[in-house]
Design a protein around this ligand. Sequence first.
Ligand code: GLU
Length: 290
Amino acid sequence: MRLKKGLMISAIAAVGLLGLSACAADTSSTTDTDMVVPEFEAGTTMADLAEAGTITIGTKFDQPLFGLKGPSGDPVGFDVEIGKLVAASLGISEDNIEWVETVSANRETFIENGTVDIVIATYTINDTRKEVISFAGPYYNAGQDILVLDGNPEGITGPEDLAGKDVCSVAGSTSEKNIAEYDVNLITTDAYSACLEPLRSGNVIAVTTDNVILAGLADQNPGEFEVLSNPFTEEPYGIGLGHDDDEFRDFINDVLETSYSDGSWDAAWESTAGQVLKLPTPPAVDRYSN
Ligand code: GLU
């Protein structure tokens, strides 16, 4: 089922690409997989990636709905589908994407040291991160929320109720920093999935991060957990790329805008996060100046 949908999305992306390649260049060629290979100005990141025929994308491997390592060994989820749209627009088929696991704390480093070309990993755009990397997007707006045991036995209604209590989140995330303002006893791990056992066993009374990540974890463990559905921050998700690579940032923003209008963003959502969450309206991309 997922595979079929994945193929459908790629087909849509390839069609959408026709419009993009028209402005990128006046010539193009096709590969034996019928992928349109656009021409880009020499020296740009787009030209380098298109020439290499491969792209390395950092994403989460343990977050259902957005990036979860599937039976094939490749991750599945909305972030992954967005990555396929970007790759397709460079003439790179999904088979030629190399997926690398990024956790919250290593995303900037992996971009800076070239371990990955881009990061698409429930990655909030913020000014601190913009000092060392750049962001295309946003392509989705999340908000930080709270996960508790099913039935909410402690009667938690929001972050204020967590003051002085043991709470789990992830190092290097905005979630960690945001919740610290509420004077909680914070226990950090390197991945949100690692917070579930402490919640089950009563070592923490809540897990906090973005609502959509918590919704995926709750959905994966039916009857065990519930999300308060009372978000208390704004978390615009961006695509992380090399600092000040403005041409590449513009290109990815164009890809996102095309995906909003040609139906491929909707299709990416419906086949992944949309299995659990309502189809949102995509946010306007922010072509910020440095
Ligand atoms: N979106 C937040 C962040 O980028 C929390 C989720 C995550 O850690 O991936 O830090």
